[in-house]
Design a protein around this ligand. Sequence first.
Ligand code: ADP
Ligand code: MG
Length: 237
Amino acid sequence: MSRQETLYNEWINLPQSYKRAFSLLFSDLPLDFKLKKSIEIQGFNELTEVQTRAITKGLLGQDLMVASKTGSGKTLGFLVPAINRLLTQKPLSKRDPRVLVLAPTRELAKQVFMVAKKLIQNTRLSCALVVGGENFNTQAKYLKKNPDIVIGTAGRIADHIDAKHVFFNGLELLILDEADRMLELGFSSQLSLIHEQANHRKRQTMMFSATVDSAEMSRMTDNLLNSPEKIVIDKVS
Ligand code: ADP
Ligand code: MG
């Protein structure tokens, strides 16, 4: 059993009252040194509940379906395992982006981008923001520089796929943030396009949302995820 698994199993088997009393610390996690350092510099110490569950499982390479309230810390829940994977594993492709984070709106994509930039500040990793309303050709130039991480909105990213500015055949990790809102906004055809291009056995997919209970959500989960670990948190921790 790996160290991540041991830690997770120890934590998950604690009674609820203990879980609250003994939070897992970022310094306890088996993370790349540079990533750990930038988490520490930003003053993050204890993991929230959703982070404890999503990060420990995400680090193992599992597909995740996570539902947890706004403000519970989902952003680090997916960026930490994603960045750790980039820092510790060989790329599948030297050309294609390795991680794609999709958000429902430009503002949300920008917020995730700001957090990601801070987390990769001491590394050689690169990150591109690709959202609507900004210059298409400038974005095409960024995409040609082979960023490791692309963060953006599904509509604009699909436009760049159509224009052959970017290929996701080598994508290792697809993350859908606020997947419920993405569906409400009608992005399901763009999601399918992206999924089809990156549809290979080694891809890991993590879907995050605030709700789980729609038929459309479970259809999307069935289409995009491979035997996902379902993590549903009732309370904001
Ligand atoms: P969500 O996506 O679930 O709505 P966010 O990822 O945006 O939540 O996080 C909400 C706020 O909590 C942010 O200001 C973030 O910096 C802060 N936060 C996240 N994780 C932690 C943590 N482990 N310790 C302290 N603050 C945190
Ligand atoms: Mg969020």
